[in-house]
Design a protein around this ligand. Structure first.
Ligand code: FAD
Length: 381
């Protein structure tokens, strides 16, 4: 039985690890990904504060898969034909019995569509974090506007960057201002169904000197200002944006993508609705909740593995619900937001500098195991 996994991120590697553990020699697993160097991107904000070095964020995917007994092909996926069950890559064509789409989201493509994006950073890839670090260090006065484009499914990185830039201004005693644009009218973490949490989070950010623009998003960048969806113009000499998300363009023309731009799947299996032998997980797929996170991608990967273990060998393994754990590291300020739905929604927000250390420890574990994390603190489905 051949399982082909496209993408060696949090989701793809979770499937590769778990499925091998569940099915051993009964299965041939091949992972195809652009580069054997895999980055643990959730910790990138800590590079800005010198709490983490770049080399601590990366591992060798090929080596990790070789040790596991799986194949890793360092190649670019060029075309996916779900009808003929063929995947064309820069290193040849692959067929499969089961296919797992785990290529992440088209962040860069969507960022490049934002009017005036050349005047802004995108706090997503390592390359931009390194440029942000250099830029901030060179500025004597920082007038920062940070936020998301309309419909962007994850705001945690924006919150962290806002806190870090504010911290940088205070630490260096330079002039500056930080404006954080949040999509929800309730403000920080405002998309969650408990208003008391966002009220507390808003207070935390405001007490730390961050100005909040609520219920809005950044839609255009000019040389010295940003323009928001509500028509507000905010002066700036530093802008960073997370764009909206959708499947990477190579999958856009397939029949499995819905009108929101994500692959349509069934829950809890993450099997695509149109193709029984195709699964889709992580940033490119619909989720049980709107937020697209690494934890969400790994939980989806667990569910795919459990579904296939049952289908191929009759082995019963657990299925989980997706939620959010956002450990945020903002320089001097850190905390953890948790949202999970069991019988009813549970939300908590803890603020304590210890979460910076815990976030770094968790990141080290992700890197050391090659994204093989057995426990996601997620409720059973
Ligand atoms: C700064 C930052 C902080 C974050 N913080 C958190 C956090 O605290 N907690 C959390 O849960 N989430 C966080 N996230 C979100 C999280 O990183 C993403 O949701 C996660 O990366 C999605 O995982 P994935 O497996 O879907 O895709 P990815 O991790 O993006 O992996 C996709 C893989 O596919 C490969 N690939 C893509 N296209 C091709 C192609 N054509 N051919 C071959 N290979 C290809 C890529 O190289 C990559 O290896 C953060 C994100 C950022 C940017």
């Amino acid at each position: 039985m051949k399982v082909l996994i496209l993408g060696a991120g949090y989701g793809g590697l979770t499937v590769a690890h778990r499925l091998k553990e569940y099915l051993g020699e009964d299965i041939e697993i091949t992972v195809v990904s652009k580069s054997r160097s895999i980055y643990e991107n959730t910790i990138f904000p800590a590079i800005l504060t010198n709490d983490v070095k770049v080399e601590d964020t990366v591992f060798d995917g090929l080596e990790v898969m070789r040790r596991k007994g799986n194949l890793f092909v360092e190649a670019e996926v060029k075309d996916v034909n779900l009808q003929s069950k063929e995947v064309k890559t820069s290193k040849g064509t692959f067929d499969y019995d089961y296919l797992v789409l785990a290529l992440g989201g088209g962040y860069e493509e969507n960022f490049n569509k934002i009017s005036g994006h050349e005047h802004a950073f995108m706090h997503h890839p390592l390359s931009d974090f390194l440029k942000i670090k250099e830029k901030l260090a060179s500025m004597d006065e920082i007038n920062a506007v940070i936020g998301n484009y309309t419909g962007s499914p994850i705001e945690g990185p924006s919150y962290q960057l806002a806190l870090i830039v504010r911290n940088e201004i205070n630490r260096r005693g330079i002039k500056g201002k930080v404006t954080l644009v949040t999509q929800s009218p309730n403000g920080v973490f405002g998309m969650l169904p408990v208003k008391e949490i966002s009220e507390r989070a808003n207070r935390l950010f405001e007490e730390n000197g961050i100005e909040l623009v609520k219920g809005d998003s950044i839609v255009e960048v000019r040389k010295d200002k940003v323009v928001t969806r509500n028509g507000k113009e905010i002066g700036s000499n530093f802008v960073s944006i997370l764009p909206k998300l959708s499947v990477p363009s190579l999958l856009r023309e397939t029949s499995i993508v819905n009108e929101r731009g994500y692959v349509e799947v069934e829950f809890p299996s993450f099997r695509t609705k149109r193709f029984h032998d195709v699964f889709a997980i992580g940033d490119l797929a619909e989720g049980m909740i709107p937020a697209r996170t690494a934890r969400g991608a790994m939980i989806a990967g667990e569910n795919v593995s459990s579904t296939l273990a049952k289908e191929i060998k009759g082995v019963e393994k657990p299925l989980y619900k997706q939620g959010i754990i956002c450990m945020f590291h903002g320089g001097e300020v850190a905390g953890m937001l948790r949202f999970d739905v069991k019988d009813k929604p549970h939300v908590s927000l803890l603020v304590n500098p210890v979460f910076s250390k815990l976030k770094i420890m968790y990141s080290r574990m992700l890197v050391a195991t090659g994204f093989n994390v057995p426990y996601h603190a997620a409720p059973f489905f």
